[in-house]
Design a binder for this molecule. Structure first.
Ligand code: OAD
Length: 370
């Protein structure tokens, strides 16, 4: 469902039972609203300056903040991509692009991983990915890792859509929070990929930092043994997944600094946008850069304080006011949204064929390995 279109229509259809009375009322409302707004604007600027929260030389009421999309919906995005010469697109993804491959996300009610961890007796669900907790008790993580090992899962249509953006020369970079390595399996080249929360692909000893491969760790994890370092015989070997309390990879910091300000379009897929610093990447594109969210639900929205202070933080959907006019939410599954976007761009059949070809080749590979 294209939310942008539906909500715009419902505004347009707003009718007036008594036009004269309404006219008077509405002008009263407008004039007091105008006073409120200018008062609000003064207060906003005062607070923002006092708190040094924004650079007012770059204020959002600036002409340059006008919408770059003719329509605030998927069609507007498609038109923008088609018209823009070599549109530089950044994609940002979370667990929602992999759920159709059979990998659970974290926070979806009932199906999300954090709702299924009772058996581990954790102080709170996220503890399973917290460094302090892991140092004291690595067992719950490794028990869970047996279920999460990136094995036998096939990339989804959304993964291949991202690859297609790359093949069409439109992908500036793909930033993922996922550790399932499915972007690599889908054939996205490593230089186009930023695995912000690390990867299961490699691991290292927490004591002496000796490196280990996935296949070495996998053997221990499948046996139900906690992988211990064979160099120092002391440290636990932890996959190179970024736990809460750890720094994100240098590659993330370095590339985010230069990529986001160059982007012409940001596509965010399958994330609740609650984990920092990843979530705040959405605010690092230029203030005119359109942002498309493809997700089951609206996420990452601007909060009231940010709106009041005029901070350019968070997504502002379904509005063409001075603080928005560039954000589109398409609500539904990532695969359906990506296929629809591909269809509208004229690449639909090509995407379907790519998925079929790649899945067949992965099936053949797995049969010959067994
Ligand atoms: P979440 O589980 O927090 O959010 C997944 C989002 O995707 C939710 O908004 C879902 O509604 C949506 N979703 C799920 N399946 C979908 C589908 N098929 N199509 C469309 N939307 C779908 O996952 P992340 O945002 O990735 O960190 O979580 C971020 C981080 O939190 C993870 O990287 C992980 C976790 O703690 C670490 O492991 C360090």
């Amino acid at each position: 469902m294209d939310k942008g279109t539906k909500e715009e229509k419902s505004h347009a259809q707003h009718t007036d039972d008594n036009p004269d009375e309404k006219k008077q009322n509405s002008s009263k409302v407008e004039s007091s609203e105008a006073e409120d707004q200018s008062e609000m604007e003064r207060l906003r600027k005062y607070l923002a300056q006092k708190l040094r929260l924004i650079d007012l030389s770059n204020d959002q009421t600036d002409e340059s903040q006008q919408s770059t999309l003719r329509e605030l919906n998927l069609d507007g995005i498609v038109e923008y991509i088609k018209e823009k010469e070599s549109c530089k697109i950044i994609t940002m993804a979370g667990a929602g692009i992999s759920t159709s491959a059979g990998i659970p996300d974290f926070r979806s009610p009932s199906s999300g991983l954090y709702h299924k961890l009772d058996k581990y007796n954790l102080p709170h669900p996220q503890a399973i990915f917290e460094l302090d907790f892991f140092m004291k008790n690595p067992e719950p993580f490794f028990t869970l890792a047996r279920e999460l090992l990136p094995e036998g899962f096939k990339p989804t249509l959304s993964h291949y859509f991202i690859r297609m953006l790359w093949e069409k020369g439109l992908l500036l970079r793909h930033y993922t929070q996922n550790i399932d390595t499915l972007e690599r399996v889908a054939g996205l080249p490593p230089d186009k990929l930023v695995e912000a929360h690390g990867t299961f692909h490699t691991g290292r000893c927490l004591k002496c930092r000796a490196p280990y491969t996935l296949s070495w760790m996998k053997e221990k994890i499948i046996e139900g043994v906690i992988p211990k370092c064979e160099e120092c015989n002391e440290g636990v070997v932890k996959p190179d997944i970024v736990f809460f309390g750890e720094m994100l990879p240098d590659r993330f910091q370095m590339l985010a600094d230069r990529d986001f300000e160059q982007a012409d379009l940001l596509i965010i897929m399958g994330s609740s946008l609650v984990v920092q610093p990843f979530a705040s990447l959405i605010d690092r594109v230029r203030s005119t850069c359109p942002r498309l969210l493809i997700n089951n639900e609206k996420v990452g929205m601007q909060d009231r304080l940010s709106r009041f202070l005029g901070l350019r933080q968070g997504l502002v959907f379904d509005t063409k006011n001075t603080y928005g006019g560039r954000d589109v939410a398409w609500l539904g599954t990532c695969d359906t949204g990506c296929q629809l976007l591909a269809d509208k761009l004229g690449w639909g059949d090509e995407l379907r064929a790519l998925v079929q070809r790649e899945h067949e080749s992965l099936n053949t590979e797995s049969r010959s390995n067994n």
